[in-house]
Design a protein around this ligand. Sequence first.
Ligand SMILES: [Zn+2]
Ligand SMILES: [Zn+2]
Length: 95
Amino acid sequence: MSATTEPSVKLLGVVALIACGRREGKTRSCPSCERKALALLNIARAGVPDALAAAICGDNRGACRDCRAKAETIIDEVDTLINVGPRLRGGPSSH
Ligand SMILES: [Zn+2]
Ligand SMILES: [Zn+2]
């Protein structure tokens, strides 16, 4: 098995963009959110929405509602992207 620990650039881009505030017409996050993306992705993979929201908000005590929503979106999308990846690559193996 060759499990890659390196997150894909695409995945990081998605995480950064959501954390930055994804909206119509916006295709890139700001440099500051880009730099945070790897840390956010690691938290998202661990599946801890509270910690993720706090990291996005930049407050260790408690995130605002906005950042909580972002955290949930990120975990959701990361989950989807990670799950879809290997399935597409490996193809349907019928035992
Ligand atoms: Zn930003
Ligand atoms: Zn916030």
